[in-house]
Design a protein around this ligand. Structure first.
Ligand SMILES: *Cc1c(COP(=O)(O)O)cnc(C)c1O
Length: 434
């Protein structure tokens, strides 16, 4: 077994993992499979991939892409450089996010789900919370508002109906609730005979209004985008305007339209935010310095009106003609003789017989994804190949993740960093006979 494990050293895995692969291969009566098993193990490790799916915030691909660097040095995570005493980890990123959305105060936890859980536990344990039946959502991954409510110790008071909830429905339960919760319908829409109550109407009723926004659009006016808000963003509630309308707290994810790292933000009135910060669950849900440092950079870029440089906003707002140019350049690259040769060599190496595959520039639609803006499409440009070639594209290093529609593999260039176009060309050369 040791010899077999040593013989697959070139895979580049630590010895104990190579031993695991060797042991599994021997147990399967197929020692020759050790190398493949080790390679499969390595492919399972966290690694960069090219997102050519056209889903900008792909939850399976890590949602908002973000480059993060760290100095490897100690930092003032919980240290006040003025007094030399213990500081708060909410004072940097939290304070900046509060400033960006126009809140008194904000704290950060690990994700949106824990932010909702913490806010309910801190503000409504043992008390009633009114939620419209049209907003008892499941976000995905088993995150269901009624379940989260139960876990937090708050008591759900369902009001209204699936399609219509009026102010009077909230008024009828005011004696029984200490919080009004509004949950943004992030991943589905209700159309037709519908009615819902606005935040400003709810704010007049008395109990604090908490809004789970989900997506974390900072400001509906998008002052960081030179051309203002793109049409596909219309109707998406933003943190700043929701607070202005009278919400006492807003809750949102760090890695959806906020375009930062995975995190959850609770922002709003100071006493409520501090009640959340003082709850024992905050200690369990708080993120580390890596995340807070990345969030701080993102918050600074909003305050500087240069959030358009964040990968998500850059990709989301790329004009279609620019994508067309890129698609043409990838095709030209594929036609280049040395690429052709590389593709040929690779095919023979693999011993696969690849039929001629045609490739063309196609119009397609990107979506924001990640449980945001349901039904909203952003015009885009992709490369289309007849048939399903997703397996071959995933086998490339780095893996290229595409989608299949109507028996055509589409690589949507909107979600690909332009610096990775050459990688897309290289992956395509594996499947296309130039
Ligand atoms: C996405 C979402 C959540 C969960 O946020 P995560 O960061 O994925 O944990 C909660 N509520 C709403 C409305 C959402 O859209």
């Amino acid at each position: 077994m040791d010899r077999l494990a040593r013989s697959i050293e070139s895979v580049g895995l630590p010895q104990p993992l190579r031993v695991d692969a060797a042991r599994a291969a021997i147990a399967a009566g197929d020692p020759d499979s050790a190398q493949q098993r080790a390679e499969d193990l390595k492919r399972g490790l966290l690694q960069p991939v090219i997102n050519a799916t056209g889903v900008l915030l792909h939850t399976n691909l890590g949602r908002a892409p973000l480059a993060v660097t760290t100095s490897g040095q100690a930092n003032n995570l919980e240290f006040d450089l003025g007094t030399g005493k213990r500081g708060s980890r909410a004072s940097h990123a939290g304070g900046l996010i509060a400033r960006a959305v126009g809140a008194d105060d904000a704290i950060v936890v690990n994700n949106g789900a824990s932010a909702v859980m913490l806010a309910l536990a801190a503000l409504a344990r043992g008390a009633g919370v009114a939620v419209s039946r049209g907003e008892l959502v499941e976000i995905g991954g088993g995150f269901r508002v009624p379940d989260v409510m139960a876990e937090s110790g708050a008591r759900l008071v369902e009001i209204g109906t699936t399609n219509r909830t009026r102010t009077a429905d909230y008024e009828a339960v005011l004696d029984d609730v200490s919080l009004l919760l509004k949950v943004h319908r992030s991943n589905y829409t209700i159309t037709g005979f519908t009615e819902e109550t606005s935040v400003s109407e709810l704010a007049k009723l008395g109990p604090p209004v908490v809004v789970d926004l989900g997506s974390g659009l900072v400001d509906a006016a998008c002052p960081w985008l030179p051309d203002g808000p793109p049409p596909w963003l219309a109707g998406e509630p933003a943190a700043k305007q929701t607070l202005e309308a009278g919400a006492r707290l807003v809750i949102f994810s760090g890695d959806k339209l906020f375009a930062g790292p995975q995190a959850g933000v609770i922002a709003g009135r100071s006493d409520l935010v501090q009640a959340c910060a003082g709850h024992p669950l905050y200690r369990a849900f708080r993120p580390g310095g890596l995340v807070l440092s990345a969030l701080q950079d993102v918050a600074l870029s909003y305050l500087d009106r240069r959030a358009n440089e964040l990968p998500f906003w850059r990709m989301a707002t790329l004009p279609v003609p620019e994508l067309e140019d890129r698609a043409e350049r990838v095709l030209t690259e594929l036609d280049a003789p040395d690429t052709a040769q590389r593709a040929q060599g690779r095919r023979e190496l693999d011993g696969r017989d690849v039929a001629e595959v045609s490739i063309e520039v196609v119009r397609c639609s990107s979506v924001t994804g990640g449980g945001t803006l349901p039904g909203v499409e952003i015009p885009s440009i992709g490369l289309g190949l007849g048939g399903d070639h997703t397996t071959a594209l995933r086998a490339h290093e780095p893996p290229v993740i595409a989608r299949v529609a109507d028996d055509m593999t589409i690589l949507d260039l909107r979600t690909v960093d332009p610096a990775d176009d050459a990688v897309v060309a290289s992956a395509l050369s594996l499947v296309v006979r130039p």
